[in-house]
Write a protein that binds this ligand. Structure first.
Ligand SMILES: [Zn+2]
Length: 382
């Protein structure tokens, strides 16, 4: 049982991030961990984070969605969690996968405001509508995770058709255009060189494009963890967020930066390579090379280069017309225009994440899949 919980926590670890490019919603982990009515189990459990992430995946109809978790420092020593959970939380904190704060205050709303994302919370935040008008004014921005028949469902505070994602707010865009540095030595959120020439490679592997939005205090950017003024370390490297879509379903997102090209294929050897093997049928597996297409940024251009044995194709502007499909032979490269989709094999596609509004998956893979009946057993054993 302990082993299974570890596996679930490992799976959840892949879905928490402070990377503004990858996260899809913001939440307060100390709050979510105490949603006892989701499973009828212990007073606090980090597995409920997985249940809420699953609910977000179902809502977005997409696999592998990630959340931005703000964590009150007290949760790291909360006796209602198991020692294993506390250890995992500390690891996430040390790796910068979650944002640990002495005093979260309105940080959840601030991150959501700066990044233009929904908040997953049962709090009503009535007193905050002055500063964050979307809390009571915009459909779909504040979503309460509540028990549902097939797992938690996200119930909007403001009913109505949720607006298309608008991306970061004007101040969010300004903050995200720069790289920031914290004075605190070894600061995991705003440390090192921010992805520059001296960046630690292991750190980059974990955090593809990086830095979370700074906290704003009296208009000044500060490190949320150390509450110190941040210094401006220059422009943030350009990034593109791409999605893998297979058989009409978005399986995962990934980030390409100027410093880090990304290989996509059946099973690329590179640590940051995107492995498609698990989602392919036999024919697609035979056709698609271990490394098939390389995506890189050259200046402002996103370039796709075929590195496969069998070649790829490009669908200009996402066109479904076979006559418009452009072949991409081995070693050929092409600048991707807005809406262009690279096709490794019929139905196996990569494009900018913004190309597809819906993930197209009615039943995304559960992050809890390692232990489908565990919650029940926890209840049984009291
Ligand atoms: Zn710091």
């Amino acid at each position: 049982m302990r082993f299974e919980i570890s596996k679930v926590l490992d799976a959840i670890e892949g879905r928490v991030s402070t990377d503004p490019e990858l996260v899809r919603a913001v939440l307060d982990l100390a709050e979510v961990a105490r949603y006892v009515d989701l499973d009828g189990g212990r007073p606090a459990s980090t597995l409920r984070l997985g249940m809420v992430i699953d609910a977000l995946g179902r809502q977005l109809e997409e696999d592998n969605v990630a959340v931005y978790a703000v964590v009150h420092r007290a949760l790291l020593s909360d006796a209602d969690l198991t020692s294993n959970e506390r250890m995992v939380l500390r690891r996430w904190a040390d790796d910068g996968l979650v944002e640990v704060l002495n005093n979260p205050g309105d940080r959840v709303l601030e991150v959501a405001d700066l990044l233009g994302l929904p908040v997953l919370s049962r709090a009503r935040y009535d007193g905050m509508a002055g500063r964050f008008p979307w809390v009571t004014g915009q459909p779909g921005r504040l979503l309460a995770p509540l028990p549902g028949a097939g797992g938690p469902v996200l119930v909007p505070r403001v009913k109505g058709n949720a607006p298309a994602p608008t991306g970061p707010s004007p101040s969010g865009r300004k903050l995200l255009a720069r790289t920031w540095r914290c004075k605190e030595p070894g600061c995991v959120l705003f440390g090192g060189s921010g992805g520059g020439a001296f960046a630690d490679l292991a750190e980059i592997d974990r955090k593809p494009s990086g830095q979370p939005p700074p906290r704003l205090r009296a208009g000044q950017p500060i490190c949320p963890r150390h509450e110190q003024r941040l210094t401006d370390a220059g422009p943030r490297p350009a990034t593109e967020v791409l999605s893998v879509r297979i058989g009409g379903m978005v399986r995962r997102r990934f980030v390409v930066t100027a410093e880090r090209p990304v290989l996509v294929g059946r099973a690329p050897e590179e640590a940051n390579g995107i492995r498609l093997g698990q989602w392919l049928n036999d024919e697609a597996r035979r056709w698609i090379s271990r490394s098939h297409v390389r995506f890189e940024l050259r200046g402002a251009d996103l370039v796709a280069q075929d590195v496969s044995t069998n070649g790829s194709g490009v669908r200009p502007g996402g066109s479904l017309e076979e006559s418009e499909r452009i072949g991409l032979a081995r070693q050929q490269s092409r600048v991707m225009r807005p809406g262009d989709i690279v096709e490794l094999y019929p139905g196996v596609q990569v494009g900018r994440a913004s190309t597809w509004v819906s993930g197209g998956m009615t039943n995304p893979t559960s992050v809890m899949a390692e232990a489908p009946t565990m919650a029940m057993r926890v209840v049984d054993r009291g």
